[in-house]
Design a protein around this ligand. Structure first.
Ligand code: GYE
Length: 327
């Protein structure tokens, strides 16, 4: 089970303590205090609220902060890197104890991360990675393996289409790690199937509205040529489903729809027969993020990367598991 595997990964992170004693006399009890005895203050620079996945991640981090008595400074960047950089500088100016960053794109972070490092503030990256020449600019990354998610989507689809068919691709935000990697993994598999072709790829910015808009354009250009749509997240797939419905075709039957995330609405769409498959990506990163912060502050070594273990769900299992989904 996913939750079990994920906690295993977290246990590995906790175990990597290089023999040092934990600062907590009582593991599992909330540790609200900073090293000076005051409440721990953590800045969280979030990308925005573009998807159900993103909102679940925000809720997870917010509720975990509350549970542990952490003073969380939350900043919503509305999809803009410049807003994230501004928020990070404000966190530094205000002397937070640690920073959680969900970086909207991969590049362009070095200068601000250097400033943060100089101020001696640990950075925990959640869900998306960054490209930097110096890995010491952040402490750890807690995320899913996006290339593997793309591969799994490709494999599921190749099987479903028996190696033949025309695909359109709804990409995530340009320059974002999950958009780059989910494309890479998917294309890797499709390239091995000469009967499968990707007709068109375009960004739908991870939103339902943009996913619908781009799918409408795809349908206009390619019409009945399209056998399947691969969306880099559920929200765009749900937008595409609407577009297919409105074009008088049957999503899930006339056009196979596959996406990534595994949010509740995706399970509902699978039960309704409109979405065929979703590859899970765990957004409940709050506990792992604060475990990492506590470990770092206690002087323990943490893994550079912690990968959540995710599953693939399709219409054959959707009904059985929908009731137990946590996001
Ligand atoms: O798949 C998407 C969100 O970064 C993994 O961002 C995350 C992605 C997620 O907007 O729904």
């Amino acid at each position: 089970m996913k939750a079990f595997s994920f906690s295993l990964a977290l246990a590995a992170l906790a175990l990597c303590s290089c023999g040092e004693k934990s600062g907590s006399p009582n593991p599992g009890t909330p540790q609200p205090q900073g090293s000076t005895g005051k409440k721990l203050t953590v800045g969280f620079s979030q990308i925005g609220a573009e998807s159900a996945w993103r909102s679940a991640e925000t809720d997870s981090i917010r509720s975990e902060a509350e549970k542990r008595g952490v003073d969380l400074k939350f900043s919503d960047a509305q999809q803009k890197q410049e807003n994230q950089i501004k928020a990070l500088r404000t966190f530094v100016a205000n002397g937070v104890d640690a920073i959680i960053l969900a970086p909207v794109v991969e590049t362009g972070w070095e200068p601000v991360l250097r400033e943060i490092k100089q101020a001696n503030i640990p950075v925990v990256l959640v869900d998306r990675g960054v490209k930097v020449s110096d890995e010491s600019l952040y402490s750890t990354l807690i995320a899913s393996d996006f290339v593997e998610e793309g591969r799994r989507a490709g494999e599921w689809l190749a099987k479903k289409l028996e190696g033949k068919g025309n695909i359109v691709e709804l990409e995530g935000t340009i320059g974002a790690a999950p958009a780059i990697d989910r494309k890479k993994g998917f294309h890797e598999v499709i390239d091995k199937n000469p009967g499968m072709k990707i007709l068109r790829s375009q960004s739908g910015d991870f939103t339902r509205a943009k996913g619908k808009e781009v799918m409408e354009a795809f349908l206009k250009a390619e019409g009945k040529n399209i056998n399947a749509v691969y969306a880099h997240n559920d929200d765009m797939a749900l937008g595409a489903i609407q577009a297919i419905d409105e074009a008088g075709m049957k999503p899930g039957t006339d056009i196979v729809v596959i996406s990534i995330d595994g949010v509740k609405a995706a399970f509902e769409a699978m039960v309704a027969g409109k979405l065929n498959c979703t590859v899970e990506c765990n957004p409940l990163l709050g506990p792992a993020a604060f475990d990492a912060i506590e470990a770092i502050r206690a002087g323990k070594a943490v893994e550079k990367k912690t990968i959540a273990k995710d599953e693939v769900f399709d219409q054959s299992t959707a009904k059985d598991v929908i009731g137990s989904r946590k996001y």
